[in-house]
Design a protein around this ligand. Structure first.
Ligand code: F1P
Length: 336
């Protein structure tokens, strides 16, 4: 995790040059809307980034999987001057390249690649590139690259939207590494038991984070996992909760009235409940509550909240005899 803090620090220090890229693209193309896209983890990252741009800037914003964009670009771009932000760690994923190709055929549309590989085909194909060499990693599973690309996009949104509070919060994150060892310990603490299913819940800006958390445990530990908006889970899926279900909630500020009730209900059904974020008072009776910095707000908190789940995935995988860096059937670059 110290490496992630260092990667974020590098991104923060390079913020002026990334702002220059954004400003050039947004003004030259007289951009009117933003669409974020990617595949797998990079799509979940796109959703989380889109939530922050929607909150802090004045642009209409959407997120869509690259595989969907390439088939129905007309359904996802409103006909306004669109900036398509294509996120891909490798810059080589087939659907992302095809999405860029589909975008080339649309007049008035501009493209920005966000990648860890500035020399990749995607970077060459897009109008401009934001690259973070600090995010490069050997593992097939995205961890450091996910959080550093998300951190870059959160910083970009806070600066473009001139949101001083968010900027100050983000500036301080790389220096909170001391608290991170506690977060790692939280994830490890839950990895000693066996679960039939891990369910990840998150609302609004935390939904993309919940999707990514569910994917991490699936990839690292071959663990069946599911993801829902918190209260949606009550409408059917809860019928299979038992004492081998681990339910992870990324608690939101707006859900403070409902989420404690939901988690108590699931605990009564026998589920093992882990709440990340939210006040200790509201979640005192959970199996585990992992407090996060209260001031960070839902849009930033998810970035930190993901760290204990990444650690859970690593320890859970090792205990079950899996290599968390090398999932079955998966390679670093997914090509078709
Ligand atoms: C994303 C991706 C991940 C997957 C694995 C391989 O590729 O497919 O979703 O979890 O890590 O890479 P990319 O387009 O970001 O390179």
């Amino acid at each position: 995790m110290a490496e992630q803090a260092q990667a974020w620090r590098t991104v923060w220090e390079a913020r002026d040059s990334s702002q220059a890229v954004w400003r050039k693209l947004l003004s030259a193309g007289r951009i009117e809307e933003l669409v974020f896209t990617g595949c797998g983890s990079s799509f979940y990252l796109a959703s989380s980034a889109a939530a922050a741009f929607s909150k802090w800037t004045t642009y209409p914003v959407k997120s869509v999987p690259a595989s969907e964009w390439l088939l129905y670009p007309d359904q996802h771009a409103s006909g306004k001057r669109t900036l398509l932000v294509i996120i891909s760690r490798s810059g080589t994923t087939t659907e992302c390249l095809w999405a860029a190709e589909a975008a080339e055929k649309m007049p008035g549309l501009r493209t920005l690649a966000v990648t860890c590989h500035p020399d990749s085909t995607l970077a060459q194909r897009c109008d401009d590139t934001l690259a973070i060499p600090a995010g490069r990693e050997e593992s097939v599973v995205m961890t450091k690259s996910f959080t550093s690309m998300l951190y870059l996009l959160l910083v970009s949104a806070a600066l473009l939207g001139e949101n001083r509070h968010a900027q100050a919060e983000l500036a301080g994150l790389p220096d909170c590494a001391a608290d991170w060892s506690q977060l790692a310990a939280e994830g490890k603490a839950l990895a000693g038991e066996d679960y039939r299913t891990v369910v990840c819940l998150g609302a609004g800006p935390l939904y993309g984070i919940a999707q990514e958390a569910a994917l991490k445990v699936k990839e690292m530990a071959a663990q069946p996992s599911e993801v829902y908006h918190p209260l949606e889970y009550r409408h059917g899926p809860k019928s299979i909760v038992n004492d081998q279900t681990l339910i992870v909630l990324f608690a939101s500020d707006r859900g403070r009235e409902y989420e404690p009730r939901l988690m108590r209900e699931l605990k009564q059904m026998g589920g093992r409940v882990w709440v990340i974020g939210g006040s200790a008072e509201l979640f005192a009776d959970m199996d585990r509550h992992t407090p996060l910095k209260e001031t960070a707000g839902d849009w930033i908190r998810g970035l930190i909240g993901l760290l204990p789940v990444q650690q859970f995935g690593v320890h859970y995988a090792i205990r079950r005899g899996y290599d968390p860096d090398r999932p079955r059937h998966l390679s670093q670059v997914v090509e078709l």
